[in-house]
Design a protein around this ligand. Structure first.
Ligand code: PLP
Length: 404
């Protein structure tokens, strides 16, 4: 009989969103007349900006003519997109990143999940807690973890770095040696950002200890404050210790279109071995390129009209974030995030458990959010609300909460 990858058996079921959906449909079945406001999932709601749609129409037409038809895309991505990314996202912002260090992909989730393939199976990984689950799950599947401990909510052999109000939602350096450090700032789910000096300290730590940082900057476009790095390459020495992952999903509403990229600097090496060359080899074998039409859509995000339109969309979400953040604060909640990210992370009142607060909000206000405990044990006692809904619904939700 064939054998399966037994590491998969270590993974507990993906309870979080399935569990939420189950509770929401039970509530809706019992109260069909009640309107539910969904501020739980992290998906965008505004349509793709007109400049991007126009670019896609043009690209679609090109595909219908032999002279302009495009087949397989280059596995690293088209030059037109890599060049504009290198220039606008990095070089013009003082980061020395070139187009051949950029790898276009179909989104940050795949890159987050796949990047671990570059590292030895005995690498020790460190993750923040609470955390975007893909970092842990992909390493568990690959065999870098021990068993899941239901009591602690953690996997053996993975180093968890708690991020709570006590440490300002910033991870502390691990006490033991780690090889791979996953950092995500601005953070999902806490919504908190990292200051440049704090990120610089992580870069210095990684260089000193021979570790690699996987820096997930999926929410970079939501940064509103000065002094918050948009890229890890703003930090000195990051090119020898960091990989950065970016996404067009939250930046330009591409959740259903699929576009992102990984930055792997040529200076990032293990002895003589270049991680850039390894990823090129990996993509050449396992990836056949992001569709031409989508890459043209991505290019349009950087056009003068595209930039204005995308900035307007983000501003609309951030207006929701500010409204929710301030409204909850005025009502007496302790709230975090929401300033440099579309996520508001609130402390549940009276030390309620995250899931109890979820049920309370659903049953009494018809509002769906995400229990913090679903992102890791240190998320217990917290609750995530997203700003990706409409302004009207954000106001309505606030009103219902105030009237509780
Ligand atoms: N990284 C983080 C932290 C996220 O929250 C998400 C999506 O919610 C992703 C990556 C995935 O982004 P993409 O849609 O580009 O796959």
């Amino acid at each position: 009989m064939f054998k399966v990858n037994e590491n998969f058996a270590k993974l507990p079921g993906s309870y979080l969103f399935a569990n939420i959906a189950k509770r929401v449909s039970a509530f809706q079945a019992e109260h069909p007349e009640k309107e539910i406001i969904r501020l739980g999932i992290g998906d965008v709601t505004q349509p793709i900006a007109p400049a991007i749609i126009e670019a896609m129409h043009k690209a679609v037409d090109e595909m219908g003519h032999a002279e302009t038809f495009h087949g397989y895309a280059p596995e690293q991505g088209y030059d037109f997109l890599r060049n504009i990314i290198a220039k606008e996202d990095f070089q013009e912002k003082g980061c020395d990143i070139s187009a051949d260090e950029i790898f276009i992909s179909d989104g940050a989730k795949c890159d987050c999940g796949n990047i671990q393939e570059l590292f030895s199976l005995d690498s020790v990984i460190a993750v923040c807690d609470p955390v975007y689950p893909v970092y842990v799950d992909s390493n568990v599947m690959a065999g870098r973890s021990g068993l899941y401990n239901g009591e602690t909510g953690r996997f053996d052999k993975i180093v968890y770095m708690p991020c709570t109000a006590d440490n300002g939602f910033l991870p502390e350096f691990p006490k033991e040696h780690v090889d791979l450090i996953y950092l995500c700032f601005p953070n999902n789910p806490t919504g908190e950002a990292i200051k440049k000096a704090d990120l610089q300290a992580w870069v210095d730590y990684a260089n000193k200890n021979g570790a690699v940082i996987i820096f997930d900057a999926a929410y970079e476009a939501y940064i509103t404050e000065e002094g918050i790095p948009h890229s890890i390459y703003e930090c000195e020495g990051a090119k020898t210790c960091a990989i950065e992952l970016r996404s067009f999903s939250k930046k330009a509403g591409f959740t259903g279109m699929r576009l992102g990229f990984a930055v792997i600097p040529k200076d990032l090496k293990c002895g003589d071995v270049s991680l850039n060359a390894m990823w090129m080899r990996r993509q050449g074998s396992k990836y056949n390129g992001t569709p031409y039409i989508i890459q043209r859509a991505g290019e349009a995000v950087y056009s003068p009209e595209g930039k204005v339109q995308v900035a307007e969309q983000i501003a609309r979400y951030m207006k929701n974030a500010k409204t929710i953040y301030t409204g909850l604060k005025d009502t007496g909640f302790t709230v975090y995030g929401g300033v440099n990210s579309p996520y508001i992370w609130l402390k549940t009142p009276n030390d309620m458990k995250s899931w109890d607060f979820f049920d309370y909000l659903l049953n009494n206000a018809g509002i769906v959010g995400t229990p913090g405990a679903g992102f890791g044990p240190s998320g217990e006692g917290y609750f995530r609300i997203t700003a990706f809904g409409t302004y009207e619904n954000s106001l309505k939700a606030l009103d219902r909460i105030k009237n509780l």
